[in-house]
Design a protein around this ligand. Structure first.
Ligand SMILES: [Zn+2]
Ligand SMILES: [Zn+2]
Length: 162
C-alpha cells in the first residue's frame, strides 16, 4: 500500500499509485518507460506520469531547472531513463542524453564506455534538459568541475569552442 501525499495541490499525481495500477499507461503504445528524477531522493516515475506533471499549469511557469519533483518538490530535471540508454538526444525534452548526463554527474565509467564505442561523441552537442539548448559535454564537465571527465573528453578530441 502506498499513501498519496498531495494535500498541497489538487493535482493528484503520484507514481507510487499507478505502479500497481497501469490503467492510464496501458492506453499508450510504448508506454511504461521508467525514469529517475535528479532530486536527492531520485524517485522513479513513469515517464508519461512525470511528464504530465512537469507540463502541468503549476510547473509550466517555472524554468526547466526549477521544475519540481512531484513527490519531494526538489528540482527534478534532468530525468534519467532507466534501462534503455539514449546516447544521443532524447525524444523527451525532460530526459537527457547519457553523454551529457555522464558529464553532469561525473560518471567517468559511463563516459569511458560511451567514448570507447564512438569517440566522435565527445565533439558534438547535446540538448540540455536544464536549458533546452544544445551544450558541449566538455563545457558541462568543466562547469560541474569533473576534471577526470574533462581530461577524457579532451583526449577523445573534444574542443571547447562553443
Ligand atoms: Zn505512473
Ligand atoms: Zn523527489
Amino acid at each position: 500500500m502506498h499513501s498519496v501525499s498531495g494535500n498541497t495541490t489538487d493535482f493528484s499525481f503520484s507514481c507510487s499509485t499507478c505502479m500497481g495500477d497501469d490503467r492510464h499507461i496501458r492506453t499508450q503504445p510504448g508506454g511504461h518507460s521508467l525514469v529517475k528524477t535528479s532530486c536527492p531522493a531520485s524517485q522513479v516515475f513513469h515517464l508519461e506520469c512525470i511528464t504530465r506533471w512537469l507540463d502541468s499549469e503549476q510547473q509550466k511557469v517555472r524554468r526547466l531547472d526549477q521544475r519540481q519533483c512531484s513527490e519531494c518538490m526538489e528540482p527534478a530535471l534532468p530525468l534519467i531513463r532507466l534501462g534503455g540508454k539514449s546516447v544521443l538526444d532524447d525524444e523527451s525534452p525532460y530526459c537527457e542524453s547519457l553523454m551529457l548526463n555522464a558529464c553532469r554527474t561525473g560518471n567517468l565509467k559511463t563516459l569511458k564506455m560511451l567514448l570507447a564505442e564512438d569517440e566522435t561523441l565527445a565533439n558534438r552537442t547535446y540538448r540540455s534538459a536544464l536549458t533546452g539548448h544544445p551544450e558541449h559535454p566538455l563545457a558541462v564537465a568543466i562547469n560541474y568541475g569533473f576534471t577526470a571527465c574533462e581530461k577524457l573528453l579532451v583526449e577523445s578530441g573534444a574542443m571547447n569552442n562553443q
